[in-house]
Design a protein around this ligand. Structure first.
Ligand code: ZN
Length: 420
């Protein structure tokens, strides 16, 4: 059981992030908070004779939760993603060289690989066992990717750091000869199962430095996975605080696999959201008019203007920490926001008493994307891409403003609570 009070406020956010090193842990923790707030879990494999009330369903590293009475005012949907770029343990990871025991890893998503060097790393994830899935989390410095000394790479500060993802980032975790089966036995012990019960794993590394409020005036948060656990956390607040008995129906979707394009069985491009919405509505006949009355916020991190690289940003759009949620626009639909969505969310911010900013990417640089266009194309619902301004996006250690997550939660609450 995780009480809602445990995730309230900035310290609640920092604790949430530190407790969630993987998408599976995000979903597990969100489920625990939802349960303690009166939500009950449904299983996709069961019939749902009545999906009204406060419910949630899980699919892998994704979760959809809702408060629903009827379809009269459609759905107010908040989407976010549970995954972050990181290093993931391979299927046969036990390796080694030069007298070190090492673990094979793959880079997941668009990670800033240099940010994983010289850090105290733990490992976490889920095991597939004969008895079902088990989460595990080792918050000890069992791994490190040692950087090459400058004496062996004299030009690194002038010419830049080049990292081969196959050969240069293999973490060490002990001395001696490689030991086949060692990783399985270590994670089995962490999960409380016998090593021979472990059939497979989804395992990934995480930095152990605790999340913290930072800066001389406490203006910042330094933490891993700000992209996009800040949005998961803010959306969770908004749903829990949403009215249980008045339309529109409030829906929170937390999707895995955004960082690798969202096309998976449980990503934003999957059947998860459309099928769950149809089952909530009760029939396709009820769903389609409800969708036409709906609105979606796709919540994901935004780039704050970097003080050391202001030339990398659109010069007439300045993005600052502390100035409220950032509404993201892109003419080529890398973000789903259109004029109608922008206006709707700007009005929500005004009602909530928080500011907002408008993001546009530089025209001569390729723009990133997020779950918004997938949610919009899967549902036909007007969608607005919004997020908290941050620096160091996709680093193992990111930063954002200390006030912005709180303001974002307030704005998302107002979005779910305002009837059309
Ligand atoms: Zn993101």
């Amino acid at each position: 059981m995780v009480e809602v009070s445990e995730i309230r406020g900035i310290q609640g956010l920092l604790g949430f992030i530190d407790a969630c090193p993987t998408p599976f842990h995000v979903v597990d923790r969100a489920a625990a908070v939802l349960r303690s707030s009166g939500f009950t879990e449904l299983n996709e494999a069961d019939e749902w004779p009545d999906a009204s009330g406060s419910r949630f369903v899980r699919r892998g590293g994704s979760l959809v939760a809702w408060r629903h009475q009827n379809c009269e005012a459609g759905f107010r949907i908040i989407g976010a993603h549970t995954d972050s770029p990181n290093l993931r343990v391979t299927a046969q990871p036990d390796t080694g060289q030069a007298g070190y025991r090492q673990l094979g890893v793959e880079v997941y998503g668009g990670a800033l690989i240099n940010s994983w060097l010289d850090r105290d790393l733990g490992v976490a994830g889920r095991l597939a066992t004969l008895a079902g899935q088990r989460l595990f989390q080792i918050d000890q410095p069992v791994l490190r990717v040692p950087q090459l000394a400058i004496h062996l790479d004299r030009d690194v500060n002038k010419e830049g750091l080049l990292l081969n993802p196959q050969t240069h980032i293999v973490p060490v975790w002990g001395l001696g000869l490689r030991t086949p089966g060692e990783f399985a036995s270590v994670v089995a012990e962490a999960a409380g199962v016998d090593a021979d019960e472990v059939l497979a794993w989804d395992a990934m590394l995480h930095d152990l430095t605790p999340s913290t409020v930072a800066g001389i005036d406490g203006d910042f948060i330094h933490a891993p996975r700000i992209d996009n656990q800040v949005s998961c956390w803010a959306g969770l607040h908004a749903l829990i605080d949403a009215p249980a008995d008045s339309p529109p129906s409030a829906v929170l979707c937390l999707f895995d696999h955004e960082e690798v394009g969202s096309t998976s069985a449980q990503g934003a491009a999957s059947t998860l959201l459309p099928t769950v919405l149809e089952r909530i509505a009760g029939s396709r006949g009820a769903l389609h008019p409800a969708l036409a009355r709906s609105l979606c916020v796709s919540a994901d991190g935004a780039h704050a203007t970097h003080p050391n690289y202001p030339e990398r940003h659109e010069p007439d759009h300045h993005f600052a920490m502390g100035d409220g949620p950032v509404i993201k626009r892109n003419a080529n639909q890398r973000y789903a926001t259109d004029a109608v969505g922008e206006a709707a969310f700007a009005a929500v911010c005004e009602k909530a008493g928080v500011g907002h900013q408008l993001y546009v990417h530089r025209g001569d640089m390729p723009c990133g994307s997020t779950i918004g266009p997938f949610a919009a194309s899967a549902t036909g619902v007007t969608t607005v891409d919004v997020g908290v301004a941050q620096l160091s996006m996709h680093s193992a250690r990111e930063m954002c403003g200390a006030q912005d997550p709180l303001d974002f939660a307030v704005a998302l609450s107002a979005f779910l609570s305002v009837a059309d």
